[in-house]
Design a protein around this ligand. Structure first.
Ligand SMILES: [Zn+2]
Length: 269
């Protein structure tokens, strides 16, 4: 397996790389592990003390659940894997409080977290608008969770596509030239009566086959490279893209170990 970095945004919220030497099942497992099994922090319970806003408690609670929080994976355990066995302790729970009185728009920035490492990723997210004398007060509990249980815990969007492989039949330049010009993303370059693949643009190829369809005698051939994938990760902000990839590999490894143990048990029987 080989990984080549393509693009990394400065704010760590977007990353793309080429993964070579794996099959589609492996690439898809990795994608699913990143989306569904990498834990992040989100509000799971809300105890309302006051709520005279126009929104019902459950609507406010739902909105709070969807607020992404920066996540510190080193300091918290999943409740199911915590020493407290899910009863709730400082290693698996964080209290977040809010007290507000109208008139004002209550923003995520007003949430008070006891842990400075766990803060709303987007402080300007509106929670509810309070009119004059309306009040909102609650104690919320944030826990680590995974996207498989609820999408609010998913760390981001992960997708991939095959790397394109383009071959040009050099014997029939004229016909290939017309076909190559049909490419909507300019994958081809034309120099001295020759057509070549522009390597800077090759990865923009979406395998749309516009060039192939325009060929009369199969001058251009486009196919996906079966063992090479272009991965893109867009983080919602709870974790950096690097953390998402690293953590997914860790969780993936653990799942394979568990499977291994189960297989051994079967053999022992
Ligand atoms: Zn605990």
């Amino acid at each position: 397996m080989d990984i080549t970095l393509l693009e990394k945004s400065k704010d760590q919220t977007k990353l793309s790389f080429i993964l070579k030497g794996v099959d589609a099942a492996y690439a898809n497992s990795l994608r699913r592990y990143m989306i569904n099994k990498v834990p992040t922090m989100a509000i799971e319970e809300v105890e309302f003390r006051k709520n005279s806003s126009a929104l019902y408690d459950e609507v406010v609670a739902h909105r709070l659940g969807l607020i992404p929080f920066t996540t510190d994976l080193k300091s918290y355990n999943l409740p199911s894997e915590c020493k407290c066995k899910g009863a709730g302790c400082a290693q698996c729970q964080l209290k977040i409080t809010l007290k507000a009185k109208g008139p004002k728009i209550v923003l995520a920035s007003q949430l008070k977290s006891k842990d400075p490492k766990v803060e709303p990723v987007y402080p300007d997210t509106p929670i509810v608008e309070l009119l004059k004398d309306q009040e909102l007060e609650f104690v919320a509990t944030a826990v680590l969770g995974v996207g498989k249980d609820h999408i609010k815990w998913s760390p981001g969007l992960v997708y991939y596509r095959h790397k394109p492989k383009i071959t040009i039949n050099k014997n029939s330049f004229d016909e290939a030239e017309d076909a190559a010009k049909k490419c909507p993303v300019n994958v081809f370059e034309f120099k001295n009566n020759k057509i070549a693949v522009d390597n800077d643009n090759l990865l923009k190829c979406t395998l749309c086959n516009a060039c192939v369809d325009a060929c009369k005698h199969g001058e251009i051939h486009v196919e996906p490279e079966k063992d090479t994938f272009i991965f893109t990760i867009e983080s919602w902000g709870q974790l950096s893209c690097k953390e998402i990839v690293k953590e997914s590999a860790k969780v993936f490894d653990k799942a394979i170990e568990e499977l291994n143990e189960k297989v051994k048990e079967i053999k022992a029987d």
